[in-house]
Write a protein that binds this ligand. Sequence first.
Ligand SMILES: [Zn+2]
Length: 477
Amino acid sequence: MFTRLPLVLTLAATLAAVHAGPVSAQTPAQALPQPSATPAAVPAWLDGYRDTAGRLIGAAMVDQFAWRRLATLTDGIGNRLSGSPELTRAIDWALAEMKRDGLENVHLEPVMVPHWVRGRESLAIVEPAPHQVVMLGLGDSIGTPQGGVQAEAIVVRSFDELDAAASRVKGRIVVFNVPFTTYDETRPYRSEGPSRAARHGAVATLVRSVGPAGLRLPHTGGLNYAANTPKIPAAAITSEDAERLQRMADRGDRIVLTLQMEAHFEADAPSANVVGEIRGREKPDELVVIGGHIDSWDVGAGASDDGGGIVATWEALRLIKSLGLRPRRTLRVVLWTNEENGDRGGEAYRDAHRAELAKHVMMLEADSGLFRPVSFAITGNDMTRDTVRAIASLLTNIEVDTVTPGGGGTDIGPSVTAGHIPAMSYEGTGDYFLLHHTPADTVDKIEPVDVSRAAAAIAVMSYIIADLPQRLGTSAE
Ligand SMILES: [Zn+2]
């Protein structure tokens, strides 16, 4: 109860701040603002890009085209799980729309993807008192036998508690009640928890959703079954239901649960990465690649994860094209398939483009939301970081001038690793994990200005990197 309300207020406050406009610096009346210190070394080439950056930012910020495109995708097609007809529709739509935008070399790159189907599912507390429990099966989980699983529950707060209770786990449903801290820290309970419980003889696993406490919102997401461990059905429950089960356990109640899941895999299905380009005017074989993933989980509408990311990166190319700009190198947008439960799109891209990975100057992924505050993250050498910081200084007035280490993404990962390519990400985490993999991931949570800002920032960053006389990460001589 202490965490729930403030988080909702955080979302409201974020939205309110957005309505105040993109530049909402509040300077106390008594203190006149000091001109900010000039960065230690502004490279000579930067001034030549100020006008172009201004035009790109202007074109993005006066228009809500990208947000409307995101609404069209998420309302008109909906969520896009690998193997679903909706994902195929989204891919065909994106292909046609990229052609309409006038992008070049627009095509699909086919790849087979896993086809997991949720089916019907339900969870109830039978003892000590009847309660329906809000749940979502975890992605890639097996189903229960027909008629479901009925068993006594054991509630633990950590892997250590599970191991300490090992002798009491056999034949039971293990409930992991672990509050969300960070995604990386809490996610192992979802991904590894089922097999950790199965190793001690559990018959099913329930995982407190990996996300801040919401209003009884379950978060799905993928699990990873360990090799040579029995596979058991696994589902996410809400923080409210996890805490209720915890209270029952703390009182010493015998807790009996009934879980039914029809989840199963069908045969792999055809899918594709969607690719569009603006060919480089001088070095067309050198590439700057940006994008996100077009697939999503099968709940909500995949608006933040990752509709926003694909629309914003795609919009960057549309803006550059619409202003008649053509950078020295080729700019390529890729909408990868199957990020959520397989990464087959990212792997297929690496394999199809292996011969030109050495010509990839930079890859950028946008898959962390578009919510303020936003930043760019970069993994690369010192010169790469300096160049990215210098370009980001052109984005101060739209508040995208923060650059942090640690750029990367699931879709670009295979190529980045194989080709030792500088990796960037657009980070707009804000309330992302409140909505992540939930039925609430819908376009109404995303402000048009945030999509425009992302498109503007990514357009400026990727255009300049593609146009610089020197290759990113090498000296300007
Ligand atoms: Zn994602």
